[in-house]
Write a protein that binds this ligand. Structure first.
Ligand SMILES: [Zn+2]
Ligand SMILES: [Zn+2]
Length: 174
């Protein structure tokens, strides 16, 4: 088995001269990767199978990576895992292109970066959560409530907080 790659740029030119059906598996292991303009991935791992077809080189990829995101409830930074699978054809000529309109570059090198970016972005949740049962933030102090033993001093000199507490107590007795 070949060594995992540290880059999404692959030299696949050698497959062009091989018979239809020939393939090569590439493995990836990238601790950190920035996909321009704005996607910062960590721990990207996965594989891509590149197969020679009559029309071009077919890429079948399966990748996983992590991103930093802000939890919508407690606003703390949290790591979200993204998993994606895609199949795309790098065509030999414009006559064979698919919807993605990918053409195999003349130098035989393909950069999977833009594709990985496109597919990973689709996997980012609209409302990221640090955990499914995230308790959100405390209405009194604004601190996350997920940690246990969250309490406030009974006496508080700030009159605004005293009013807030009265309101909260009124609500809870209703
Ligand atoms: Zn949270
Ligand atoms: Zn609090």
């Amino acid at each position: 088995m070949n060594q995992p790659r540290q880059s999404l740029r692959l030299n696949v030119g050698f497959l062009i001269n091989q018979s239809v059906g020939s393939s090569r598996d590439f493995y990836f292991d990238l601790p950190a990767l920035v996909l321009e303009p704005d996607l910062n991935l960590t721990n990207l791992t996965g594989q891509a199978k590149i197969t020679r077809t009559p029309q071009g080189l077919l890429v079948q990829a399966r990748m996983g990576a992590a991103i930093e995101a802000e939890c919508v409830r407690c606003l703390t930074n949290t790591e979200i895992t993204l998993n994606s699978e895609f199949t795309e054809l790098y065509a030999f000529s414009t006559r064979s292109t698919t919807e993605s309109e990918l053409i195999l570059p003349e130098d035989g090198h393909i950069d999977l970066g833009p594709l990985v970016r496109e597919y990973m972005v689709l996997e980012i949740p609209i409302n990221p959560l640090c955990q499914t049962e995230c308790q959100g933030i405390c209405p009194i102090c604004g601190e996350p409530l997920n940690e246990q033993s969250h309490q406030h001093e009974v006496e508080d000199s700030d009159p605004r907080l005293a009013i807030l507490r009265t309101l909260l107590e009124d609500q809870s007795t209703e």
